[in-house]
Design a binder for this molecule. Structure first.
Ligand SMILES: [Zn+2]
Length: 315
């Protein structure tokens, strides 16, 4: 009996051990299964996350590549663009917006640095413009040409060749309207902005047709001068919004004012009106009938040279 008891006891004991074992194994299994499940889950989500991250990175890299490509193309286009002057002519340019601002304030100082802008209006003409170009070449100075579309058309292909020559030699090209007709631009002396914009757009087109699609100018001169007309505020706002400059003058040879002057009188008038100004914008004309301007030009240039002025263009 005791043996049996023992046996029973033993088997009972054995049974207990089994229960423990089973429990242990079960717990272990649960832990393993659950853990494994968790591990598999975690691995799966880790892979998914990594995939997502990779996609994001690829997207980011692609966006960066596109942005860089866009920037490169824009820079390439910007390099091709020619605002008022060709690439060579950039050396001689001065910010027209600054000059416009100074003229508006009647402030002709320039920190002790003398600068002169020779400007020629109403061209091109096939008679006077070639003489002006020759003289500028001889003195190695650059000027700004304010062109009128109607006169360009009047001069036909020869006038267009002259514009190309002006441009190729590093002079600046600016817009001085198409018609130069005060009645169209300022009926009853008051600005008509639509007429004004339409008229200037015509010359812009002629200039683009002549100098190529990469050419544009942000410099204009109002026929008769900005200072002469009423209701100019909408134009100023338009120019501001488009970073354009309207340039009048603060010195002149007087080749379009009053009676006909001799070359000597033109020289004197230019000197007199430039007197005491560090920043000088000289108004002259290279249109038909202005032969005296060409004759006066060498002495006008010499005057500014001997007085320490640097010759710049408006762009
Ligand atoms: Zn004019």
């Amino acid at each position: 009996m005791p043996k049996k008891n023992n046996i029973n006891f033993g088997s009972k004991k054995k049974g207990r051990v089994d229960v423990k074992k089973v429990a242990l194994v079960s717990v272990a299994s649960i832990v393993i299964i659950f853990g494994g499940y968790k591990l598999v889950g975690a691995t799966a989500s880790f892979i998914a996350e990594q995939k997502q991250e990779k996609i994001e990175m690829q997207k980011k890299a692609e966006a960066e590549r596109l942005a860089a490509e866009k920037k490169r193309k824009e820079e390439e286009e910007a390099k091709k663009r020619m605002v008022g002057v060709n690439h060579e002519g950039k050396k001689y340019t001065y910010d027209a917006l600054k000059v416009a601002d100074k003229l508006k304030k009647y402030d002709y100082s320039n920190n002790g640095e003398k600068v002169v802008f020779l400007t020629f209006d109403d061209g091109t003409s096939t008679t006077v413009t070639p003489q002006i170009l020759k003289i500028l070449d001889e003195y190695g100075v650059k000027a700004t040409f304010f062109l009128t579309g109607e006169n360009i058309e009047r001069g036909g292909s020869k006038a267009k060749e002259l514009i190309k020559e002006e441009f190729d030699k590093g002079h600046a090209i600016a817009n001085h309207s198409y018609s130069h007709d005060y009645k169209i631009l300022y009926p009853n002396r008051v600005l008509n902005l639509d007429n004004f914009k339409g008229d200037f757009a015509k010359t812009d087109k002629i200039l683009k047709d002549t100098l190529g699609p990469n050419f544009s100018t942000r410099v204009i001169r109002c026929p008769g001068g900005h200072m002469s007309w009423k209701g100019m505020e909408p134009l100023d706002q338009y120019l501001n919004e488009n970073k354009m400059a309207s340039i009048d003058w603060n010195a002149l040879s007087g080749d379009a004012e009053g009676g006909r002057k001799t070359p000597a009188q033109l020289v004197e008038y230019a000197k007199k009106t430039a007197q005491g100004k560090e920043m000088v914008v000289v108004l002259m004309h290279d249109t038909y009938g202005k032969e005296a301007t060409a004759k006066a030009l060498p002495q006008i240039i010499e005057y500014f040279k001997s007085n320490g002025y640097e010759f710049k263009t408006l762009s």
